[in-house]
Design a protein around this ligand. Structure first.
Ligand SMILES: NC(=O)c1ccc[n+]([C@@H]2O[C@H](COP(=O)([O-])OP(=O)(O)OC[C@H]3O[C@@H](n4cnc5c(N)ncnc54)[C@H](O)[C@@H]3O)[C@@H](O)[C@H]2O)c1
Length: 293
């Protein structure tokens, strides 16, 4: 087999990491007919992922969204392993969705490069790290890219394929084609940029929403109403901050400021106030809005 990636040669997908993202990305692959291995260093996470996916498929069948024969066949195409060597040795395409720590990801990419067949594409699902930061540790930088799914991966259609300077056209074509075969609507991002595209759009909306509120132009509730009733968004920017977590939004903003050094990128004072008070949104019962049980 040629060492150039080719969509037609992709039969087996390896997903590294069995967390919120990895487990569902694996399920999406299996539902699309691929043989999928999910690898995680934690046996416990693998067990939990397997149980959660079976439960989720049961729910989809009982709600009439899927056929039992399809979900059973897909679950039967999934395999769970703790050894990255064994998991990588038969993979045609790898999607890394392990914890968001650069050193961990670099270690994983080194192992993947060592054990995966030469034609295999190594993609990362990272939301913040461009794949060039892991490509240089491999001997196949041309076969490395970002493949960024959205949460929950079983539902959200967008996949951002991001190329770095050395990513080959065959790799881009294979990643875009695979995302389509997985039932997604991939978009191509031509060079690495913090936040890629979707999260940059979201960040711009959030920044403007915070400014309008801070300047006393409108209440945050009314800003949410405008986003929903005029723009057709399913949720307003303040409701979304509460859902994602005020702590997460604050940390993303802080990390962005550290990258740019531009004071305009600092977390907004109203956001910092909620963060410091421990009002993290839905998960604590209080954020912009108050939530009862
Ligand atoms: N959560 C989201 O909304 C979201 C959305 C898009 C992308 N992402 C990206 O997806 C990735 C995973 O996020 P998540 O929310 O699923 O995280 P998570 O914390 O739910 O899961 C991370 C998993 O990685 C495993 N892990 C840690 N070290 C490992 C190693 N060396 N080898 C194999 N597995 C290892 C952990 O055991 C855990 O099961 C991150 O890169 C994140 O940026 C997350």
């Amino acid at each position: 087999m040629s060492s150039k990636p080719n969509l037609e040669n992709v039969k087996r997908i390896l997903v590294v990491g069995a967390g919120a993202m990895g487990s569902q990305i694996g399920m999406v692959g299996a539902l699309a007919g691929y043989q999928v291995t999910i690898q995680d260093i934690s046996e416990d996470m693998l067990t939990k992922a397997q149980a959660a996916l079976a439960e989720r498929m049961d729910r989809n069948v009982s709600k009439g969204r899927m056929e039992r024969t399809d979900t059973d066949a897909a679950l039967g195409r999934m395999n769970y392993l703790t050894s990255i060597q064994d998991a990588a040795s038969t993979a045609d395409f790898v999607i890394e969705a392990a914890v968001e720590k650069l050193e961990t990801k670099r270690g994983i990419f080194q192992e993947l490069d060592r054990h995966a067949p030469p034609h295999a594409v190594l993609a990362t699902n990272s939301s913040t790290l461009g794949s060039s930061q892991v490509a240089d540790i491999t001997g196949r930088a041309d076969r490395v890219c970002n493949m960024h799914f959205f949460n929950p991966a079983l539902v959200m259609k967008c996949v951002e394929v991001v190329r770095h300077e050395q990513t080959s056209q065959e790799t881009v074509d294979t990643a875009m084609g695979l995302a389509e075969r997985m039932g997604k609507s991939p978009i191509l991002i031509n060079r690495e940029i913090p936040g890629f595209v979707a999260n940059r759009l979201l960040g711009a909306l959030r920044t403007e929403a915070l400014k309008l509120y801070d300047d006393g132009i409108a209440s945050f509730q009314d800003i949410d109403t405008a986003a929903k009733t005029a723009l057709g968004h399913p949720m307003g920017p303040y409701e979304l901050m509460d859902l994602v977590g005020i702590d997460v939004v604050h940390l993303i903003r802080q990390a962005h400021f550290e990258e740019t050094g531009d004071p305009a990128d600092l977390p907004h004072p109203a956001l910092t106030e909620l963060y410091e008070a421990g009002h993290y949104g839905r998960k604590t019962g209080q954020g912009w809005y108050t939530y009862s049980e």
